[in-house]
Design a protein around this ligand. Structure first.
Ligand SMILES: Cc1cc2nc3c(=O)[nH]c(=O)nc-3n(C[C@H](O)[C@H](O)[C@H](O)COP(=O)(O)OP(=O)(O)OC[C@H]3O[C@@H](n4cnc5c(N)ncnc54)[C@H](O)[C@@H]3O)c2cc1C
Length: 592
């Protein structure tokens, strides 16, 4: 198995050359004095080192031994506790946090790269800081001053960790039907009672305290999603002076045995009148939780990318070494019994697909990170509004498209190994198993697609969609005097026009049949994704053309591969969408 190497060169390319992060950061009032290229470089280097030297070596044992449960206590997978200590001592835990409470206030464009390295080297481990960061964000945006002062500093430091408690046995996608109850108490706190399942790192021994953000219903709450409130429920109560007090009445009933990410604990959490505090307003909990979930959704997309990058690195090394058959054009190395498999067109196809998807994903997640930064750090109201529209539209694409293609990549990475890809010691099958959950949690990819097509595109008559189209059109216009870029601009233009037509078509059909949106949505999200990636690849190609050297030559070749071999998939997908909803309903439920 190859050693995971943080893809720092490509991260620098995306950050500094494609998105000109130094200019972006300097233009945002909220980032003044916070970050420059040198600081960013130091953070990337530190994280890259921790990822390859500390986290990656624990990944296999994490899978084989896993986290374990005994009498309500969860012991994190071997080595995780020490690795967590190293991670937090390096200051990586509170990178994106609010400086007023001890966070470092770093932009998402940078934090996203750090997340990729952590997730790429060890996804099970990476879930812990990811959930803490999301919980902190929700507390910071919606919590009272008192809650922020009491909890955020220790959470940013990593001394305390966070968990997200939404799911119940009968309520996953449909959170409106949760049963967990919160009874108001005279002292302003609430007693929370109920059972949550599938709670990632809901219990463990890496941090001194675990801060749960729990969705529950007040006794008089309206039915459905409008009756949900959000509560902060700590594992240990916190005294006035900030020290840890008595154990709260919540416990971990068991952990799941699952297909992948075995190093992480997926917990059943029982709340028995546990003391909690309201975050945000009563009955507005879902909106508060969405602050966290949106953050996690981009994070899950990046998780997919991280694991797919790891798979790519292994596959390339193997394809260079493994000797099988001769190249179609004749023997490449007559001194050997066969040529390395990297000579074969099909192996090339798999490696190039992985590379084009991974580098495209890195650019796209940084692009979404850019809009998150503008929405958070700009002092210009118009600019903020525009960026918020972009974030809203692109988040489901970042979650679902990136994870769908990441699984395709990881399976290709396994296929490159032939039978050895099925065998544990090479690590490829673990990556496939680990990655699979990214399509399911944080809202299944089917639900992401509905969010994109139904709420974000159709829900406001295409207003958000238009903002994205205008951004691509502005880029296309900016290249009018650059004929060398035509080979990328023309296919991008064609894909965009096709997407415009498809969007219009679905909106028209939806007016007559309520099933049309849901029938179109998954393929629509993919057409959207392929078009968005054509935009990313055109942007990267333009930068690559203006530079010399192997890195840029490879970048341009990968851009060509994407444009010629992957982008045309949108044509078939568009036809599939136009097949409409009717063919889905030819059978009654009994006929299946
Ligand atoms: C390993 C793991 C870790 C997890 N971590 C956490 C965590 O930390 N915190 C937490 O709260 N939860 C967590 N989850 C739960 C996860 O988010 C849910 O499993 C997921 O949201 C789906 O819910 P469900 O399993 O109940 O599926 P269901 O909601 O029952 O969905 C079943 C199928 O029906 C489809 N479906 C449902 N409704 C619709 C609809 N309206 N339109 C179209 N299709 C629909 C879904 O897309 C899916 O294909 C985790 C789950 C796992 C397995």
């Amino acid at each position: 198995m190859a050693e995971y190497k943080a893809p720092l060169r490509d991260m620098r390319f995306v950050l500094n050359e494609v998105f000109e992060a130094d200019k972006l950061w300097a233009s945002l009032a909220g980032l003044e004095g916070v970050v420059d290229t040198e600081t960013a470089e130091a953070i990337l280097e530190t994280c890259g080192q921790i990822a390859s030297e500390v986290l990656a070596p624990l990944n296999r044992e994490g899978d084989e031994v896993g986290s374990t449960w005994k009498d309500g206590k969860v012991t994190a997978a071997p080595g995780f506790k020490d690795a967590y200590k190293t991670y937090i001592e390096a200051g990586l835990n509170g990178l994106g946090g609010n400086p007023e409470f001890g966070g470092m206030g770093m932009p998402k464009t940078l934090v996203g790269q750090v997340e990729e390295m952590v997730q790429g080297s060890n996804m099970s481990f990476g879930l812990a800081p990811m959930l803490t960061a999301g919980a902190c964000l929700s507390i910071d945006v919606h919590g009272s001053q008192e809650l922020k002062e009491k909890y955020l500093p220790n959470m940013y430091d990593g001394v305390w960790a966070g968990a997200m408690d939404l799911t119940e046995p009968h309520a996953g996608t449909d959170l409106g039907i949760i049963r967990t109850k919160a009874e108001p108490q005279a002292d302003g706190s609430y007693d929370v009672t109920g059972t949550k399942i599938f709670i990632t790192w809901g219990e463990h021994d890496m941090a001194e305290n675990i801060i749960h953000l729990v969705l529950a219903k007040l006794p008089d709450a309206p039915a459905g999603p409008k009756g949900i409130s959000l509560f902060l429920v700590p594992k240990f109560l916190v005294n006035e002076d900030g020290s840890l007090g008595e154990r709260n009445t919540l416990s971990c009933g068991s952990i799941e045995h699952k297909m992948g990410i075995k190093g992480s604990a997926t917990c059943v959490m029982n709340f028995d009148g546990a003391k909690g505090w309201l975050v945000g307003e009563e009955n507005k909990g879902l909106a508060c939780m969405f602050t966290m979930m949106n953050y996690e959704r981009l994070g899950v997309g990046v998780q997919g990318l991280g694991a797919a990058e790891n798979s790519y690195q292994n596959a390339v090394e193997y394809a260079r070494d493994r000797l099988q058959s001769r190249a179609p054009s004749g023997a490449q190395d007559k001194s050997k019994v066969a040529d390395p498999i990297i000579v074969h067109p099909d192996v090339r196809r798999m490696l190039m697909t992985m590379r084009a998807f991974n580098e495209g994903s890195r650019a796209f997640s940084t692009y979404v990170g850019k809009w998150l930064d503008v929405s958070k750090f700009s002092d210009n109201a118009e600019e903020k509004k525009h960026a918020e529209a972009m974030v809203a539209l692109l988040t489901p694409v970042a979650k679902a498209f990136l994870t769908d293609i990441a699984l395709e990549s990881a399976i290709a990475g396994q296929q490159v190994f032939g039978g050895h890809g099925f065998i544990r010691e090479w690590g490829q099958e673990q990556l496939v198993r680990d990655l699979r959950i990214t399509q399911i949690y944080e809202g299944t990819n089917g639900i992401q697609a509905l969010d994109l097509m139904g709420r974000k595109v159709a829900g406001n008559n295409g207003a958000l969609y238009k903002v994205f189209v205008e951004d691509i059109e502005a880029f296309i216009s900016s290249q009018a005097g650059n004929p060398a870029a035509d080979e990328f601009i023309q296919p991008l233009q064609a894909a965009l026009e096709s997407l415009n037509g498809l969007t219009q078509w679905v909106l028209e059909q939806a007016a007559n049949n309520p099933n049309e949106i849901g029938a179109a949505s998954v393929e629509y999200l993919h057409v959207f994704g392929y078009t968005a990636f054509a935009y990313m690849w055109a942007k990267m190609a333009v930068v690559a053309m203006a530079n010399e050297g192997d890195f840029y030559t490879a970048k341009l070749a990968t851009a060509r591969f994407y444009t010629k071999r992957l982008l045309p998939r949108y044509i078939g997908l568009t036809e599939a969408v136009k097949g409409g909803a009717e063919p889905l309903y030819g059978l009654t439920a009994e006929m299946f």
